[in-house]
Every structure is written in structure tokens, then in C-alpha cells.
Design a protein. Structure first.
Length: 184
């Protein structure tokens, strides 16, 4: 029988360590569209629908269609950066849980789009920073499919989100894990 001292120590997920490289985020701006365009040409925006799968739009057509998509479907859009000097490595898109924002108790994460140049480390650091800060303003809820679940479990290890249940009708024929941000 193993004693407690024989088992491997559990890693300590600390916000301070994860955020050491100072990732940050800000609302999406027009200057970010050139990076979104580059990601689109590499197929990173396929999750946004048919218009963004093919990669055949020219830059001007893309800018108009992307702007339209963001303003028609999302109440919040943020660019995330791994450090102050680097280009954005992803987008986080969200919408309110009620059509009238003042009646909405939380925001739903509509999509997280990681650009092809985002490393696994960039993804973790940027997401930890985003959810750590945004929860001070508005609670967020994420419906994670089985592929995305380990990523959000990593966020939960940092203590900024928690798993609140499982749903079976969000994604067709796939169970969905529901996460919400913890109160700040």
C-alpha cells in the first residue's frame, strides 16, 4: 500500500506563474483585422460558418463580411495577446444570455478562435488572463464539447472557472460540459 509521501505531488496551478509573461486582451479593433485575415487564409475561422470555411474572399470582402458577422451575432469581441510586444494570437467572442443586456445575468462564450501561430502556452496564458479579468465585470458561461473540455479543465485548475454540469442537447449527439467563471 502506498503512503501519501510516495505519491507524486500535484502540480500547483498558480495565476502568478501562468501570467508571468503578462498576456493581455482588449476589445477587437480595426487594426486587428489584418491578423484575423491571415488566420482566415490559414483556415482558422472555419468555426464561424460556411462563409469563413472556403478562404476565397478577398481582403476587402473579408473585412466587410467579418465586421458584419461580429456586429450581427456577438455582443463582445476581444483580441488576446501573449505579451505587450506580440501580435494577437486569438479572438474570444461572446453574447449576452438575454437579448436585452440589462436583463442578462451572464455572457455566453460564443467562440474562441486561436490563430495558427498561437502556441499551447499562449492559449493557456491568454485564456487564464481573459477569464481572470472578465469575471470581475460580467460572469461568463462556456459550453465545451469533448474536444474543448480538457482546455477548460486546465482553466478550472487555476481556480477562475468551475464545472457546473453536463448537458446533452447543445451539440448534436455529444455531451457538453458547462463551465462558469467563479466570482472574483
Amino acid at each position: 500500500m502506498k503512503s501519501a509521501s510516495d505519491s507524486k505531488p500535484r502540480p500547483k496551478w498558480r495565476l502568478k506563474n501562468t501570467l508571468r509573461r503578462k498576456p493581455h486582451f482588449r476589445p477587437l479593433e480595426m487594426e486587428d483585422v489584418r491578423f484575423v485575415w491571415a488566420a482566415y487564409k490559414q483556415g482558422a475561422l472555419a468555426s464561424m460558418g460556411e462563409d469563413f470555411e472556403a478562404g476565397d474572399m478577398d481582403p476587402k470582402e473579408f473585412a466587410v463580411r467579418f465586421h458584419q458577422e461580429i456586429f450581427d451575432n456577438y455582443a463582445g469581441s476581444w483580441a488576446v495577446f501573449p505579451s505587450k510586444k506580440e501580435k494577437p494570437c486569438g479572438l474570444i467572442l461572446g453574447f449576452y444570455s438575454h437579448p436585452e443586456p440589462r436583463l442578462s445575468p451572464f455572457m455566453i462564450v460564443g467562440d474562441i478562435i486561436w490563430f495558427p501561430w498561437a502556441t499551447p502556452r499562449n492559449r493557456i496564458e491568454c485564456a487564464v488572463k481573459f477569464f481572470s479579468e472578465i469575471r470581475k465585470t460580467i460572469p461568463m458561461v462556456e459550453y465545451a464539447n469533448e474536444k474543448a473540455r480538457p482546455f477548460f479543465e486546465m482553466m478550472a485548475k487555476h481556480g477562475i472557472i468551475r464545472r457546473v454540469g453536463t448537458m446533452h442537447n447543445v451539440y448534436k449527439e455529444e455531451k457538453t460540459t458547462v463551465f462558469e467563471t467563479r466570482t472574483a
